[in-house]
Design a protein. Structure first.
Length: 184
């Protein structure tokens, strides 16, 4: 029980830390924060599995909702979930759940499987983000501000995430510390 608690807290802290790695992408008069959030969310979900991964992501979202400045650019509060980035935040929970489930089923041993997991998770995050923006502003604006600026970085984050998982698995296996029973 204490081990799971430590994993969940560590996963939440990891997500918060990577959210602070941020740069603003300016598109006309709009500034869009690009962060390490999605990379951290999906990596934590894959390493911790569906249950602990979801709890770490949920704790992150609750902390931000309650007012801790843990979202991109130090944002916080429940109202963030209704703003433009809200769909991405919802997407973290759904994509993290699926990524954790896939990691438990597939394991994290193979680089190309890890690419697949990270790609599926990233696609879900983008789908939720663009869907939310479409509802608020229409599809054209949603793609302009919620997809086009992010896809190149998303590809880089997918590759980095797959590499991190593969390296983690290699060093964990060499020390007999597999994260998932299904890791092969």
């Amino acid at each position: 029980m204490a081990t799971n608690f430590f994993k969940i807290i560590s996963g939440t802290v990891f997500i918060i830390a990577f959210t602070q790695l941020s740069m603003d992408l300016s598109l006309g008069e709009v500034s869009i924060p690009v962060t390490g959030q999605s990379l951290a969310v999906l990596t934590v979900a894959a390493l911790l599995g569906i249950r602990n991964g979801l709890l770490a992501i949920l704790l992150y979202l609750i902390a931000g909702g309650l007012g801790l400045p843990v979202f991109a650019n130090g944002a916080s509060g429940w109202e963030i979930f209704g703003k433009g980035s809200g769909g991405f935040l919802y997407g973290f929970l759904v994509a993290g759940g699926l990524t954790g489930w896939l990691a438990e089923r597939w394991g994290i041993a193979g680089f190309f499987r890890n690419i697949g997991m990270m790609t599926i998770g990233t696609a879900l995050i983008l789908l939720f983000g663009v869907g939310h923006l479409t509802f608020k502003y229409g599809l054209e604006k949603a793609l302009e501000y919620g997809f086009y600026p992010f896809w190149p970085g998303a590809i880089v984050k997918i590759i980095i995430g797959a590499m991190v998982l593969s390296i983690w698995n290699f060093y964990g296996r060499s020390r007999s510390m597999d994260i998932h029973a299904g890791a092969a």
